[in-house]
Design a binder for this molecule. Structure first.
Ligand SMILES: Nc1ncnc2c1ncn2[C@@H]1O[C@H](COP(=O)(O)OP(=O)(O)OP(=O)(O)O)[C@@H](O)[C@H]1O
Ligand SMILES: [Mg+2]
Length: 320
């Protein structure tokens, strides 16, 4: 990730791919977005979450310059909202996607590659690359009118990835996909990040977001109510184990991280969740018997529901 140092305090801060201050959108009497303050760092996968009608798609449209803000300001890739040069460096999968039914998948991608200004010499190889990435190799000559919804969404994702955009904005990229497709998309997004793209992802599938995103913002009624990394929002990952017959010498377990005894549970905190199977194997190797394993961190879904209920309580109070 590229970084710059502020000359005033010499503190190194990540460059921001997206920055908004008090961004607001009102349609007649509907406040679609109240006042959005958002920072997305260059190179991260950022989850943009919120209930139906919170203003996520409206925010995306404002970031893309597809609609103008009623108030507030923002920048994308260092340029003001709607800037043409910045737009040329953004890949976008819309929430409601539909492609020209009479065109083949390859023709749709060729159209997008041309619109994105990709040099013609690069187009063929680039289209092959994204077809492969989204699992449509071999289906590229079929008309999209005959595609299932999931295949159309894969095609849209491919179009958003053409030319390795600096910023990829995906508005619910897995809404039409089966579990295998969703897993594929996680890999595709990680690959896009590895190739240097920043990814802004809007999704209701919080388990997926938790696994994939570096940081998230949760929006209620057009305002960010929580933002940060998973550790900042959910606490340190840990594991809680219910174990019996464990010998007194637990030094092999202490090698995984600090041990604690909490309400009869053996807790290791912090612990990378990927190491949980190794911890269980180590307990068994010591002669211990494992009765229960709890990954021991609050889930993003739990945080979201708590925030949502809190919002409802505040609204009820106002109404009373
Ligand atoms: N073009 C429009 N005209 C009038 N109202 C609109 C328009 N677009 C959005 N809205 C309203 O603004 C609010 C926010 O809508 P938006 O589509 O941004 O929500 P969202 O967070 O993307 O929801 P979802 O999770 O259902 O996709 C809603 O009340 C919606 O009805
Ligand atoms: Mg939406």
């Amino acid at each position: 990730m590229t970084r710059f140092c502020r000359t005033s305090d010499n503190a190194c801060m990540p460059n921001l791919a997206i920055e908004t201050h008090g961004l607001r959108k009102v349609y007649k009497s509907t406040v679609a977005l109240d006042a959005l303050d958002l920072e997305v760092r260059e190179g991260e996968v950022f989850g943009f979450l919120g209930p139906n009608g919170a203003g996520k798609t409206t925010s995306v449209k404002l970031l893309l310059g597809l609609t103008r803000p009623t108030a507030g300001a923002g920048s994308v890739l260092g340029k003001p909202l709607g800037d043409r040069d910045a737009r040329a460096r953004i890949g976008y999968l819309p929430e409601l996607f539909r492609y020209q039914a009479w065109l083949s998948a390859r023709e749709v991608l060729a159209l997008h590659a041309a619109l994105a200004g990709l040099p013609s010499a690069r187009r063929h190889a680039e289209i092959d690359r994204v077809l492969e990435a989204v699992g449509l190799t071999g289906r590229d000559s079929e008309r999209t009118g005959g595609f299932s919804k999931g295949m159309q969404q894969r095609l849209g994702l491919g179009a958003a990835l053409l030319g390795d955009p600096s910023l990829v904005i995906l508005d619910e990229p897995t809404s039409a996909l089966d579990p295998v497709g969703r897993d594929d998309v996680r890999g595709i997004i990680r690959e896009a990040q590895a190739r240097g793209s920043t990814v802004l992802l809007n999704s209701h599938l919080l388990g997926e977001v938790e696994r994939l995103c570096d940081r998230v913002a949760i929006v209620f009624k057009g305002r960010v109510v929580a933002a940060g990394s998973m550790t900042e929002l959910l606490g340190q990952p840990s594991v809680r184990l219910q174990v019996s017959e464990l010998p007194a010498d637990r030094s092999t377990l202490a090698a995984f991280g600090p041990l604690a005894d909490e309400d009869g549970w053996l807790v290791i905190r912090p612990l990378d969740p990927a190491r949980i199977p190794d911890v269980v194997a180590a307990v068994v190797a010591l002669g211990g018997r494992v009765h229960a394993v709890d990954p021991g961190r609050r889930s993003l879904e739990d945080l979201f529901l708590t925030l949502a209920r809190g919002q409802d309580a505040v609204l009820d109070e106002v109404a009373a």
